[in-house]
Design a protein. Structure first.
Length: 334
């Protein structure tokens, strides 16, 4: 089945054509137009600017994805669009474009949850992967554990109570002068510092919970940096980054260990933009090796926002008969 996926929930406009069949997945095209350069000037995503940039890009990106896939609109059997959660103005652009395209060409439309789409990225590279499994979604907007009971049924069993891991990386990255978003640059810099140089609080909440809290860690790191600067010293960016990364990786590994224990899952799927972090990947790889758990981690291009993952998630909504109609609306919330 040929699925056209569309994604516009934050600062990436993306369209992709994916062939989904039992035991076989093929990405025919996956075009991503990033707005990072536009938002960099402001140190973060400006929602109104994001909506306008999506409007400018959406049509061209969609037709390019169709052309690159070597198909025509007549070959598309399903249009899958991210409808929630995300920035409402940004989501509305993709939802309205997808609705018009689907209904004017008589193609079935399905609405996709962005977080489920991040998890579905794993199916694109591992055709044998099947629920149930445990999923950890770490992105700029989410840090959550899901018990994935079926292709479409997810139960959240833990999450951050405040900021997401990506936000936490980006915030400290910004304070030490990295361009937005600093996550990927912090990943590299962490190799050059001493991870035990600065004592920082763990974002893993104490007790049986699978929840995180990143705000205390963020504040502690900020206080340390500001304290040093007030003394006229510039703290070592390498040491801060290494120490900050270490407490995040340790917390993620600790809570994942507890989540694996709690669910008895034999497979862990890592997803979301922060899943690209090499320290987190290594930490979880070691944990899964120790526990005899299969570890599925999408390649880097499928970790960050893209429409191929939306097409993959949409395929399963289609198989489930979860079709959308012209009343489909976007929602900022889960
Ligand atoms: O999933 P995503 O593309 O967008 C959201 O849905 O949020 O994730 C973007 C986030 C940003 O915070 C970015 O800094 C972070 O992913 N990120 C990383 C790395 N690559 C991207 N964080 C840590 N290490 C990385 N290598
Ligand atoms: Zn995302």
């Amino acid at each position: 089945m040929i699925v056209l996926g569309m994604e516009s929930s934050c600062d990436e406009t993306s369209a992709a054509v994916v062939r989904m069949e039992e035991g076989r997945r093929e990405i025919l095209s996956n075009i991503v137009a990033s707005q990072i350069e536009i938002h960099r000037l402001y140190g973060g995503v400006v929602p109104e600017i994001a909506s306008r940039a999506h409007i400018e890009a959406v049509s061209g990106i969609t037709y390019r994805a169709i052309e690159e896939a070597g198909i025509t609109l007549a070959d598309v059997e399903c249009v899958a669009v991210t409808s929630h959660p995300g920035l409402i103005g940004a989501l509305l652009v993709g939802v309205n474009f997808a609705k018009s395209l689907a209904f004017s060409h008589g193609i079935p439309l399905v609405a996709v949850n962005h977080v489920k789409a991040h998890v579905a990225a794993a199916y694109l590279e591992a055709p044998a992967l099947e629920p149930p499994f445990l999923a950890l979604v770490v992105s700029g907007g989410h840090t959550s554990f899901y018990r994935v009971d079926s292709y479409t049924d997810f139960v959240e069993i833990g999450s951050t109570r405040d900021d997401a891991a990506g936000e936490a990386f980006d915030k400290i990255g910004r304070v030490i002068g990295m361009p937005y978003p600093g996550g990927a640059a912090m990943d590299k810099l962490a190799y050059e510092g001493n991870a035990d140089a600065i004592k920082l609080p763990s974002p893993a909440l104490a007790g049986d919970t699978l929840d995180f809290s990143f705000s205390g860690l963020k504040t502690a790191a900020l206080n340390y940096i500001n304290g040093q600067r007030q003394k006229g010293l510039e703290p070592s960016h390498e040491d801060i980054t290494a120490s900050y990364t270490k407490v995040i990786v340790d917390a993620v590994v600790k809570k994942t260990d507890a989540a694996l224990k709690q669910t008895g899952a034999k497979t862990l799927v890592l997803a979301g933009g922060v899943a690209a972090n090499s320290h987190i990947r290594r930490g979880l790889e070691a944990l899964c090796g120790k526990r005899g758990v299969t570890f599925c981690k999408p390649s880097l291009t499928l970790c960050s926002d893209n429409a191929a993952m939306v097409a993959a998630a949409g395929y399963f909504e289609y198989l489930n008969g979860n079709f959308a109609d012209t009343s489909l609306n976007a929602s900022a919330l889960d």
